[in-house]
Design a protein around this ligand. Structure first.
Ligand code: GLP
Length: 239
């Protein structure tokens, strides 16, 4: 079942945070999957405001993806970004934030990450953005719908989209480790947030177009508990 909520960023943040809080409250080992990028910010801001409603004593955070090739502690690594955005403000010990171990060979790092997710009992609720090319996490177009955590070469479109976070576009890594589409689909609840006119076409394709690897986010149509949060601009092409 997919629920769509259209509204302003503050409202989307409140609805998204409430869905996250509800899913975590129902779990004996609460595990929140966290995304990077600009879109999830309203949800994170509301979660920080409502931190008293979060099971902080046992909460685990799992990143969707991580760049390969950045030195440890690089300010643009997703680990650093999520520590700054969530772990530190929530007062979580950073070992409660799990990210792929990019110091290992990618295949080993990927297998170990899948094992960590399984050992935690799976992800209760996964926050997601969507790339302008329809990627989910870093599952680029052409990603198999049954893919697992693995190393992926970033599309040039994605590198261009993400260059805004780097001092020099040439610094944007070419490779990453990403949770696979099948990995993401195993989460109990998915909360996708999309904002801005640039996401209108791809959001419509993801939610109402054919399900296939050309638009990896279309896999969401097969999940039983999806909350889609969109502002007016991103919802403009939805039926
Ligand atoms: C990156 C991330 C994705 C994110 C996407 C969209 O590629 N790996 O998880 O959904 O960017 O980012 P934004 O929300 O900034 O548009």
């Amino acid at each position: 079942m997919t629920r769509l909520v259209v509204g302003g960023l503050d409202h989307l943040g409140v609805v998204g945070a409430e869905a996250v809080i509800e899913s975590l409250a129902a779990s004996t080992q609460p595990v929140l999957g966290v995304a990077t990028g600009s879109s999830p910010q309203p949800i994170y801001a509301e979660l920080l405001r409502r931190r008293d409603e979060l099971p902080l004593s046992s909460l685990l955070l799992f990143a969707l993806d991580e760049y390969l090739g950045l030195e440890p502690g690089h300010p643009r690594s997703y680990r650093t970004e999520l520590e700054d955005l969530l772990a530190h403000p929530l007062g979580l010990n950073t070992e409660r934030l799990r990210t792929p171990d990019v110091g290992l060979p990618p295949e080993q790092a990927s297998a170990e990450y899948e094992a960590q997710i399984a050992a935690a009992g799976g992800i209760d609720v996964q926050i997601l953005g969507i790339g302008t090319n329809g990627h989910l996490a870093f599952n680029e177009p052409g990603s198999p719908l049954d893919s697992r955590t693995r190393a992926v070469r970033l599309d040039e479109r994605t590198r261009i989209d993400n260059a805004r976070f780097f001092d020099d576009p040439g610094q944007v890594p070419e490779w990453c480790i990403t949770q696979g589409l099948a990995t993401i689909m195993e989460a109990g609840r998915l909360v996708l947030i999309a904002t801005g006119a640039a996401k209108a076409g791809i959001l419509a394709a993801a939610l109402h177009g054919p399900v296939g690897s050309e638009v990896p986010a279309s896999v969401l149509q097969h999940h039983t508990d999806v909350l889609v949060l969109a502002d007016e601009a991103a919802a403009a092409e939805l039926p």
